[in-house]
Ligand binder design. Sequence first.
Ligand code: BJW
Ligand code: ZN
Length: 261
Amino acid sequence: MPLTSMPEPPFSDRLVRALADARRVAILTGAGTSAESGVPTFRDPGGLWERFRPEELANVEAFLRNPALVQGWYTHRREIVQGVEPNAGHYALAELERLLIERGGEFLLATQNVDNLHQRAGSERVVELHGNLTRTYCHACDRTATPEEVAALAEDGTLRCSACRDGLLRPDVVWFGEMLPMEAFEAAMDAAARCDVFLSIGTSGVVYPAAGIPLVAAEAGAFVVELNVEPSAMARQMTEVVIGPSGAVLPALVEAVAARR
Ligand code: BJW
Ligand code: ZN
């Protein structure tokens, strides 16, 4: 019989042990985590910024200058995320949370993603650093918009609030130049400062202040891991860099951790 050889996992045994022994785990995810669900990333080729630069669309000035264009871009993206499913990486992170909580540990997943896929995969301890695309509110009166309002274009091609009549509707996301939701950001910083293991998954690490969160964990002495298809801007500050697609690597990693316990 031919000998079958197991392919080497892309992560170290030391990482599996660190996660199996960890009492506190903190995680930061970015657009790469949803790539295998079919949600385009921002900065990869074919990504969301290929036709428009971020400064052109993801800021309030662009929105007020050309609301129909910006609202249309978000309508398109809302349709994308409503038509996709969480991938095996999202489910593995929900499983990792259950493993940690079962043994009385602490867990926090801070996501930059606005696509709701972690929650749909069953993750419970999630904070949204950049908001959520599935929520919409009125720029003028702050009221949350109904699904009907989000589907009804006014004569000028814009989405308007039906309560105050004139207000433009905007997605509940964080644009450039806007503050992150303070409670979510503080929870993420606190978890990073206290964790034993920190995983930074599928993010280019160029957008601040989120990109500073793994560095807080590194400075506090945690085992800090990057998982990405290529090394990011933060790779040199990591204890370990795992190269591979998160939808394939995370299930293997979580399975190895569960087997070790
Ligand atoms: C895979 C994979 C697979 C692919 N598996 N991996 C100079 C220095 C420092 C900061 C600043 C500065 N000048 C300006 C700033 C501040 C600014 C900023 O950071 N700018 C930099 C770009 C320079 N930040 C802000 O304005 C923030 N607010 C703020 O600072 O407030 C304080 C303040 C306010 C006012 C005045 C002064 C101070 C707000 C930032 C908001 C970011 N918003 C966006 C849009 C959200 C809404 C929407 O979705 O449209 O958030 S921008 C966009 O980038 C989005 C993302 O969450 C964010 C991060 O992107 P992410 O997730 O990393 O995606 P990609 O595409 O970049 O990377 C994907 C990665 O996945 C790649 O590495 C791939 O290799 C990998 N990958 N497939 C694993 N299968
Ligand atoms: Zn209104």
